[in-house]
Design a protein around this ligand. Structure first.
Ligand code: ATP
Length: 364
């Protein structure tokens, strides 16, 4: 669900911000180090319970403070909030959804779907499989009902099987856990295959807007985590000694990946950095639109430092995509010229200026 009102306190260099966002499009303009990314990070934190930049939550806390707070009122009237306290090496999270205390961040994620694109995103995305796995599973979490229950169950089974492989003592237990691991992996793989197919169809629409010259030649390949010509149980039995030597599961749904292929070879080797960023934007827009359609909520898309890598022509293409998407979009840039191509003619947007962590409205 999109955010109506946002409140941030003691988060990085933001001492206190209370702001009404536009439902469709928001621009945050500010110099380097002013706090633009911190603002996006706070919104991202509300949807994910972590930062997109730093793995340590205490980096998010304003220097010399003991807790930070991020809260929001969504368009549907839900009040979401998280307060993270750091008291004598004790990290405490207080999560609330419309006044009710919650124990898990997933309670917040059920109410908002936040995706981010930063200047670093495409380097990470075309690197190791971690980011791609995260991206696909985030879509699945929001779009495919039942996936998160299956995933939780899979994670439990995976841990048990890894414990058997690590200790190597009880081979009867290993046989049992291999059986259930294979069944659970196949279920997860089916969910993912169906989702990747859905995403591929949606992507084609966004590529026609953002990368029209190559849109028909791009394919997403889904790699399920083991040889697709064989059952996982067959693979596990063939490589049993290898897995015992490694001490953990080498095959299964946890090893899945997706490859983006252009004319038969890896897309990132053929596209310029600007084009790679447009591809990633198209992919993220596709996922956000699927979430919007399936969940019937407006996802939130954060685009950090939009000027980086994108020339005027590319920004004009991005503008066409923003005009089409049913999302709440928040874009940051160093100056107004970087967003000139993105500002709509009608007045349905808000523009803010940020300086030393303080936000002021430029136009609405
Ligand atoms: N824990 C913290 N407490 C207080 N200030 C912090 C903390 N962490 C970072 N800062 C400061 O916050 C400022 C804002 O950082 P941020 O990354 O949001 O900048 P930005 O506006 O996105 O800049 P850029 O355009 O360079 O990316 C920086 O000057 C940084 O030094």
């Amino acid at each position: 669900m999109s955010i109506d009102k946002l409140f941030i306190q003691d988060f990085r260099n933001i001492a206190s911000v209370s702001v009404d966002l536009n439902q469709d499009l928001n621009f945050i303009i500010g110099d380097n180090g002013s706090g633009k990314s911190s603002l996006l990070e706070a919104i991202f934190y509300l949807g994910h319970g972590k930062s997109f930049r730093s793995s340590k939550a205490d980096n998010l806390l304003m220097h010399n403070k003991l807790s930070f707070t991020v809260s929001a009122k969504t368009q549907s009237g839900a009040q979401l909030g998280v307060r993270k306290g750091f008291f004598e090496h004790l990290n405490l999270s207080e999560i609330r959804v419309s006044g009710e205390k919650q124990t898990k961040f997933s309670a917040l994620a059920k109410n908002i779907a936040v995706q981010v694109i930063t200047p670093e995103s495409f380097k990470l995305f075309f690197g190791g499989p971690k980011q791609r796995r995260r991206f696909i599973d985030l879509g699945l979490f929001h779009v495919k009902h039942g996936f998160s229950d299956h995933w939780r169950e899979f994670t439990r089974i995976h841990k048990q099987r890894n414990a058997c492989l690590r200790t190597k003592t009880d081979l009867a237990s290993l046989n049992y856990w291999s059986d259930v691991f294979a069944t659970s992996s196949e279920q997860i793989a089916q969910y993912r295959a169906a989702y990747v197919e859905q995403l591929t169809k949606e992507l084609s629409f966004w590529l026609k807007i953002m990368l029209p010259k190559v849109s028909d030649d791009i394919v997403i390949q889904y790699l399920q985590g083991w040889n697709s010509k064989r059952t996982l149980l067959e693979v596990l039995s063939q490589y049993r000694d290898k897995e015992l030597a490694a001490g953990y599961s080498l095959y299964g749904a946890q090893k899945f990946d997706v490859r983006f292929v252009l004319n038969g070879t890896s897309l990132d080797n053929q596209l310029s950095r600007g084009q790679q960023k447009l591809f990633l934007l198209a992919l993220t827009f596709a996922q956000a639109q699927l979430i919007a359609r399936e969940k019937r909520v407006k996802p939130i898309l954060l685009i950090d430092d939009v000027g980086a890598e994108l020339d005027i022509h590319s920004r004009a293409l991005l503008n066409n995509a923003i005009a089409e998407i049913t999302c709440q979009v928040v874009v940051t840039a160093i100056d107004k010229t970087a967003v000139a191509q993105l500002v709509p003619k009608e007045d349905n947007y808000k523009m803010f200026h940020v300086k030393h962590g303080k936000l002021s409205v430029i136009s609405e």
